[in-house]
Design a protein around this ligand. Sequence first.
Ligand SMILES: [Ca+2]
Ligand SMILES: [Ca+2]
Length: 440
Amino acid sequence: MRDGRNHGRARWIGALALVGGCGLGNPDLVFTADVGVPPVDTGLDVPTDVGFDAGFDVPADLPLDRPDVPADLGFDVPDLGVDRPDVPTDVGVDAPDVGVDVPDVGVDVPDVPDVVDAPDVPDVPDVPVDMPPVCPAGQTLCGATCFDLAADPSHCGACTTACALPNAVAGCAAGACVVASCTAGFGNCDGNPANGCETSVVADDARCGACTNVCGADRYCTAGACTPSRDCAELHRRRPALPSGTYSLDLDGAGAGAPADARCDMVTDGGGWTLVFDSNTSANYDQVDVGWSRADVAAGLLASGAATEALIAHRDASFVPVPGVSTARFAVPAMWRSRSPFAVAAQDESVLAFLSGSATGETHRLRYGYQNFAGYCGSAWDAGSSFGRICLEGTTAPFFTTFANNDLDYCSLSSLVWYGAGNPVPYRCGAARRFTIYVR
Ligand SMILES: [Ca+2]
Ligand SMILES: [Ca+2]
C-alpha cells in the first residue's frame, strides 16, 4: 500500500540526488528542476525549490524501497532427521614400516635385565623309521612292495597298471599286457591283446573251440566242439549242400558209441537218408535170418525210434536209384524196429507209399519175409519152403527175392516175376543193381 507520506519522501530523495550529482559537483552549471513535489513537513528545512530545472520529470513513484522482509516467514524448517555420521578417528590402518631406521640419537637404552630363563627343551625321543626295502634286481618299488613290472600282470610296465582284458586271463610280458588264456568259449583270434579274447568259438564251424579249429564237412560246432550229426537227416538239415556220400555219424546219439561212417543219400525224395541195408554186401544170401547190413544204423535209428521213414530202391554202383524202378517211401513198419524184413517168416501190411518222390501217397500191400511164394509179388506165401521176397504189390517198386535160397538173388520189379524178364536175365542183384533200404 502506498500512502501519501512515502510518496513525498521519494520525491525528495530524487531531488537531492540530482543536486549532489550535477549541481554541487560543478558550480558552473545552473539548472533548475521542477519536480512538482508538494511540500511535505519532514522536519528538515529542505528548500523546495533548488532553482534549477532539470528539464525532465522525475517520476513520482520510483519503486526504490526494499520491501520489508517479514522476520517470521510463517513456516518452520522441518527437521530433516539427518545426523552427520561420526567420522571415526581410528581407521585401523597401521602405518607401514617404511624401512627407515631412526638414527641413533645418542641415547643409550639401558640394558634390559634378563629375567626370563629359557626352559629346558625335553629330549626328543627316537622315532623308529622303516627304511624302504631295497628291491632285488629286476623289481621296482611300488608303495612298500617290490614288483617285477616286466612280468607282473597287476603291475605291468608301471606300478599302477593292472592288466584287465575282455574274456581273458591277462598276463604281462616285457611290461605289456598280454592274453595268458582265454575264457572258455572265446579266442584271441585277431592276436590283439587289447581287446582280449574277442571271438566266440562256441558255435563257429571255422573257429570251433579255438581260433584255428575248422570243423570237418560232416561236423558242426556246438559248445565249442566239432560234433557229428546223429544221422544223414540231421547232417542234411545242417549242411544242405553236402552231396550224397559217406559221412561220419554219431548213430547212437547220446549213447557211448563212437561215430561211424555211414552212407547218405542227400538227393532222393528230399534227401537225408541213411543206408541200413545193401544187398551187395553178399553176392548170394541163402539164409532165413538175413539181418541189416548196418546193425549200428538199425540200432541207432530204427530200434531207437529215431527214424520214422523207410525208402526202398534199386541202386547202381554209385548208389544212385536205377532208372525204371520206382523208389518207395513209407512209414517204418513196426516190425523193422526189432528185426530186419528178411528175418520175418511172412509179413503183409498195408502202407501209404510215396513212389519216386511223389507228393501223393498210394496205399499198397507191402510183403516181406523168408518164406516161399509162387513167383509174383501178389502170390500167396508158401510156408513149406524158404525163398524170400520183399515187394510193394501193384507198383514198379523194387522186388528183391531169393535171399533165403541158394539160387542167386534177384532185383526185379514188383510188377514182374521174381527173376524179371528177358534173357540174359537183367535183374540179377549185383554191385551195379543192389536192393537198398534207407531210413530217416
Ligand atoms: Ca584279441
Ligand atoms: Ca540167394
